[in-house]
Design a protein around this ligand. Structure first.
Ligand code: ADP
Ligand code: ZN
Length: 751
């Protein structure tokens, strides 16, 4: 589909034979080729074209969207003028992207191994990337209550329709059709069948607007800062006043009042007539953050993947026009077109969700620092558990360290009790979910009318099926991942490709019966309901949080005291600030440690420290109970003592020993193919190329090829090569990596 230009009067047909107009645009295209292309511009609108505008250009047999990155008055050397094709349309009257954003995209392309065009495409909201203007959005909703016979019939004969219907009914209102397709993995046809049956209704909306219009912005009066906060604010406002780029690490324990520091820095930034970006790691946190920032009187835009395309487009345009100067959002908000940027805040900077896992594979923390540098802005990385990258940079003096060592509400961090599950388990309670100490703690909190948060980093009912006869497990047919049982769908689900399979009954290898093993949030919820029948229990994970509004609704109802126990995955670990939560339980601290990732210990430490930080934020104090099978693991021991420094020093030593980031650079090259031998062949070629490049380069190691940790994904076989080099750089292998990232079936990923 090729949409019309936004400015039709500028859309001239190509002029055959037009020569020597004297203006050539260099453009970047959203494709993996890492070069720019030149086009001639028709005289009639050549003058209107500037770097940062979008063009529509012929590309092979297609017509594609391109972003102008430069203008020349001569064709590229050695290319005859008649060989240069003519651009077809100009889509923007004024540049959509500022020179700083163009440069930022270029940096991303060079450091994350993608093309300039791919990096630019990632900066634009989808609607602009496709070259569209506003449009109506098709929506779907359930139309009437189905009767039981109907439901039974669908479940037996039309499982896809049954699932679609169940999903729509859960959603409880109109949902964009696109969102439905994305979230369920179903096609459009079950919707059409449901609509014929009168069970679902198609509609449309042209909306937009403010996605958080309903958010109540309780005016939050500024707090009188304590001395640590005041010192941090002084440092930040001095840097803002100096007007030059500078990076800060705000290392403040949970509950130390980091947000108040951000708000004070933001006030100064706005007084200066500049704008700000506030990044949060999880869209579940945006309503809370938006409410806090809005509460101080300012208009706040929101950008994240939970919005519709049209909503995102409008928010983006409002920022670009300077109507709103502050944006709160996830990763992509980093590219908000704020005209005079003064401040970038990355809250919970240690979070792994700031790393993008598809092209361009950038880390928001690095891009935030780079953007701040390009625009003379102040960048604040805030966290209770700094990433080792930031910690090391702070130690090296590249980032200024600001510390908040005290909780604002007074008191210390809550005491943490470790429960060694090896001693709690008995024959009878094999899938033990609540140890006696945790159960006791919950009981006494509930009896005092206090509340608790329970954390389990595993969704679904049971994470695997096991065959007691042969020791096998039930795998996804297309991925090398054990299937998780989700009871509400009565399905086995692959958490890698999100495909659903019927519930297995026998082992694929030996045909023996299989049994479910392990505990996910669904199963834990059951146990909790049995143990505390009176308690009001809510669950927060990706199965219960289907739509964006679900987070807001649960956040609101929990804040309003409508639940006693909140059980959830990492969504509950971050940011939540409720003073009457006095107990926090970590049901299984070890899940994060079982990953084949050099950051596994760091993640485990962060998670425990973060969840523990949800407890004892009020005058009643609090307590944390951590259940683990590995009570002696250094990450767990340090987290229990709230001892970040000891953990970080120890971990950095280990990273240095093995030359892992931040003590060295690591890049993963993944080669994939439809069959193992095809993946092997590609990987052999890649490794040969890298080895040749690395020959003689000091300290560069090329490891592999080896099977990828997730060897098979969506039916494709994967091999990986690890490139490690000293922190000083990958110079020797850079050209080889640039060559590889343009190949089909190869991805190059900075770790
Ligand atoms: P953190 O992000 O560091 O964990 P928050 O920013 O969530 O901490 O702050 C915790 C709570 O303390 C919030 O409810 C906040 O409004 C409050 N607060 C912050 N600063 C002060 C202060 N100086 N005096 C009193 N309360 C404060
Ligand atoms: Zn799968």
């Amino acid at each position: 589909m090729m949409p019309g230009p936004l400015f039709a009067h500028l859309d001239l047909p190509p002029v055959p034979g037009e020569r020597g107009s004297g203006v050539f645009a260099r453009v970047a295209i959203d494709a993996s080729v890492r070069r720019e292309f030149s086009y001639r511009l028709p005289k009639a609108w050549a003058e209107s074209v500037q770097a940062g505008c979008r063009l529509r250009v012929p590309f092979g047999a297609r017509e594609v969207l391109a972003v102008v990155v430069g203008l020349d008055d001569a064709p590229p050397a050695g290319v005859p003028i008649e060989k240069i094709r003519i651009a077809r349309a100009l889509l923007d009257e004024t540049p959509l992207l500022t020179p700083a954003l163009l440069r930022l995209a270029r940096r991303i392309a060079d450091t994350c191994w993608c093309s300039w065009g791919q990096a630019l495409a990632a900066m634009l909201p989808a609607a602009l990337r496709r070259g569209q203007a506003r449009r109506t959005i098709p929506v779907i909703e359930s139309a009437r209550e189905p009767d039981e016979a109907e439901v039974r019939e669908l479940e037996e004969k039309q499982p896809k329709q049954a699932r679609a219907l169940a999903w729509l009914r859960r959603a409880g209102g109109p949902v964009e059709v696109r969102e439905f397709l994305n979230r369920t993995g179903l096609s459009r046809s079950p919707l059409e069948s449901l609509s014929k049956r009168g069970l679902a209704r198609f509609g449309s909306r042209t909306d937009v607007l403010d996605p958080y219009a309903g958010t109540t912005a309780a005016a939050i009066a500024p707090h009188a800062l304590n001395s640590e906060q005041a010192a941090a604010v002084n440092a930040l406002t001095a840097a803002l006043d100096a007007g030059t780029a500078r990076d800060f690490l705000l290392f403040g324990i949970t509950g130390s009042g980091k947000t108040e520091v951000y708000l004070n820095a933001l006030d100064r930034c706005l007084e200066q007539g500049r704008g700000a970006i506030v990044l949060v790691p999880e869209i579940a946190l945006t309503p809370q953050t938006v409410a806090r920032f809005r509460g101080r009187g300012g208009e706040v835009a929101v950008l994240h993947s939970g919005l519709t395309d049209a909503e995102r487009h409008d928010q983006w345009q409002a920022l670009r026009a300077g109507k709103v100067r502050v944006v709160v959002g996830a990763r992509s908000a980093l590219f908000a077109p704020i005209p005079k940027l003064g401040l970038i805040i990355v809250d919970e900077e240690h979070e792994s969700s700031f790393k993008q896992e598809s092209t361009p594979r950038y880390h928001a923390r690095d891009v935030a620092r780079e953007r701040a540098r390009l625009e003379g802005a102040v960048c604040v990385l805030g966290t209770a558990t700094p990433s080792l990258e930031s910690w090391q940079a702070a130690r090296a003096g590249e980032i200024t360290l600001l510390e908040l060592r005290e909780r604002v509400a007074g008191g210390t961090l809550p005491p943490v009790q470790i429960v060694d599950m090896r001693y709690e388990k008995t024959e009878k309670n094999h899938w033990l979910i609540l140890s006696r100490p945790l159960e006791t703690a919950l009981r006494s909190a509930l009896s005092r009318g206090e509340r608790a948060i329970l954390f389990l980093n595993q969704r679904g009912f049971a994470p695997a099926w096991h065959c007691p006869a042969c020791g096998g497990s039930v795998k996804c047919p297309r991925c090398s991942v054990a299937l998780t049982f989700h009871r509400w769908r009565k399905k086995a689900m692959c958490h890698a490709c999100l495909a659903e399979e019927p519930q297995p009954t026998q082992c694929a290898a030996c045909r023996g019966p299989v049994t479910m093993v392990g505990v996910g949030t669904e199963r834990a919820e059951d146990s909790l309901r049995r143990a505390f029948p009176e308690a009001r229990i809510a669950r927060m994970d990706r199965d219960t949080m289907v739509r964006r509004e679900d987070y807001e609704e649960l956040y609101r109802s929990f804040a309003a005291g409508e639940h006693d126990l909140l059980l959830g995955t990492q969504m509950v670990a971050k940011g939540l600030d409720f003073p009457d939560v006095t107990v926090v339980g970590v049901l299984n601290a070890d899940t994060a440690l079982h990953h084949a990732d050099f950051r596994a210990s760091e993640r485990c430490f962060d998670l425990i420290a973060q969840v523990a930080g949800r407890a004892g934020r009020g005058p009643k104090g609090g307590k944390v109970v951590v259940q683990t099978w590995l009570p002696d693991h250094p990450a767990i021991r340090a987290a229990v003592k709230h001892d970040y420094r000891t953990f970080a020093e120890r971990e950095l030593k280990e990273r240095a020993e093995f030359a892992y980031p931040p003590c060295g650079r690591a890049v993963r090259v993944t080669c994939e193919g439809p069959r193992p031998d095809r993946a092997d062949k590609l990987a052999e070629e890649a490794v040969a190329l890298l080895r040749t490049a690395a020959r003689g380069a000091k300290g560069v190691q090329i490891l592999g090829p080896a099977p990828h940790a997730l060897e098979q994904l969506r039916g494709r076989w994967r091999r990986q090569i690890l490139v490690k080099s000293p922190a000083s750089g990958l110079l020797a292998v850079q050209p080889a990596l640039e060559q590889l990232c343009q190949r089909e079936h190869v991805t190059v990923d900075p770790l």
